[in-house]
Ligand binder design. Structure first.
Ligand SMILES: [Zn+2]
Length: 207
């Protein structure tokens, strides 16, 4: 993988920016860069920067400002998802209930355009706060409409959703952590890792 500076330079040509540039000090834990995701293997190159479309990052900064005012902060679980990683995820899962088939009907996940973000909340020191579920819980607990009995969790989820929708994001009914930035027109094609000089991991190559 080329130096991160070169990846960022190439990503900028695709309209992507490093989130830390627009949201100073924001934390991320790209769950698809390690095995801690429901596919159970790394789909992103290790050390991949957290990138979003420029306008999406600005909207996220607006949402974050409101959350900081409430004494909590964002932790980003996913931002731009390389098109190759979406293809790999589909190969692994092949179930349209959980993963959108890449390119089906000419559409890709908004993550592949850098226009969706998966987020949760932390305290101001970066300690994760209890939320309805972990990332990629596709059961009832993952629903954006909270059905649990914890009033504190319900209130926090309300803060997150209020801040995000207030900044222009859309909620996804089946995934409380996922927010998309419905900017039109849809870009012509998703951004590939190769566009940014990266190659996604090959299954089993590093194990
Ligand atoms: Zn998502």
């Amino acid at each position: 993988m080329p130096a991160v500076e070169e990846v960022v330079r190439l990503a900028r040509e695709q309209g992507l920016v490093p989130v830390g540039e627009v949201l100073p000090g924001v934390r991320w834990d790209l769950r698809y860069a390690g095995a801690g995701n429901f596919a159970g293997e790394a789909l992103y190159p290790a050390g991949m920067p957290c990138l979003l479309a420029g306008g999406t990052a600005e909207r996220l900064a607006e949402a974050r400002a409101e959350l900081l005012g409430r004494g909590c902060d964002l932790l980003i679980w996913d931002g731009w998802r390389p098109a190759e990683a979406a293809e790999r995820l589909w190969d692994l899962v092949r179930d349209p209930r959980y993963v959108a088939q890449p390119g089906a009907g000419g559409r890709w996940s908004w993550h592949c355009y850098g226009r969706a973000v998966d987020v949760t909340l932390t305290d101001l020191e970066g300690r994760e706060l209890e939320m309805p579920s972990d990332l990629d819980d596709f059961g009832v607990a993952g629903a954006a409409e909270y059905a649990g009995g914890d009033a504190v969790v319900a209130e926090r989820l309300g803060w997150l959703q209020g801040a995000m929708t207030g900044a222009g994001f859309r909620v996804l009914a089946s995934e409380w952590w996922h927010f998309s930035d419905p900017v039109v027109p849809v870009p012509e094609r998703p951004v590939r890792a190769a566009d940014c000089g990266m190659v996604i991991p090959v299954r089993g190559a590093d194990q």
